[in-house]
Design a protein around this ligand. Sequence first.
Ligand code: KG4
Ligand code: ZN
Length: 339
Amino acid sequence: MEKDIYVLGLETSCDETAAAIIKNGREIIANVVSSQIESHKRFGGVVPEIASRHHVEQITVVLEETLKQAGMTFNDLHAIAVTKGPGLVGSLLIGVNAAKALAFAHQLPLIGVHHIAGHIYANRLVEELTFPLLSLVVSGGHTELILMKEHGDFQVIGETRDDAAGEAYDKVARTLGLPYPGGPHIDRMAVEGEATIDLPRAWLEEGSYDFSFSGLKSAVINTLHNAEQRGEYIKPEDLAASFQGSVIEVLTAKTVKAAKEFEVKQVLLAGGVAANKGLRKALEKQFAELKNVDLLIPPLSLCTDNAAMIAAAGTVLYEQGKFENLAMNGYPGLDIEQN
Ligand code: KG4
Ligand code: ZN
């Protein structure tokens, strides 16, 4: 019988300090997330210096809690995986240095994980992956369609040319006077409104799997300002529903088209915006009709930043023998294809 592999994951790329222990890349043994959202809320977005300070304060607390939840010590672990990029450099460095120190002190292999690979591998905590697969990654910093032919192989077939989907949600929410992060608020309001306002859909050139959300964001802002100047009232719920309708229509249509073209066996939803109820529902409806493609959507807790996904992706690198040395750094602009 093969021996079980336990990997500790650390994630500090943005505004969550997180640690987790995963068994065999698939099973959560412990998963702890400390969110800083409350500290950043009054600034309307993540303040990098504040984020770094919180990570410094939280990392050991989160780590101890994780080991306690798992009932394990470092002697039970096989490797330490950490997000090495992309993200805020000051934030990344806290996790990277913690991981390096722990790996050195406990003589464990060190693994550097791409944050988006982590989001994709959150799905493996739900179901085993079958290739080829297509992943729609929608987060605060990324909007990408990624084709995978095997473990650890990432091909970006489409990406945003301007704003990420989550970024557009947050900016539109801010215009509507909603707190940060605005995505979940728009999602909730959209259910209460009707998509009665005509907003653009950026399909781009024929055959392109790229995205663009800045035009849509500007259209929402202009609609609000014009109405204000004319003294007209626009129901915010209707605007939320119209905006969400436009985002979802483009994301869903391009995902379905790519799934057919590349004849994938699975479609995975990943990233913070994967928590969006409207998007989940639209994809479920579309893929219910495509009998030979399985749609995987992680539970809400695994959609937003966490370390379980980093340990899951790290386990694959462990099995492939892809280790880092103590010269590893934090890489704010890390490319998933080159990595
Ligand atoms: O993946 P994530 O936790 O952090 C990044 O790596 O960026 O994603 C955060 C993003 C934020 O922009 C947030 O507004 C968005 O995910 N988000 C949502 C929802 N929940 C979180 N956007 C739309 N609908 C939601 N329910
Ligand atoms: Zn993320």
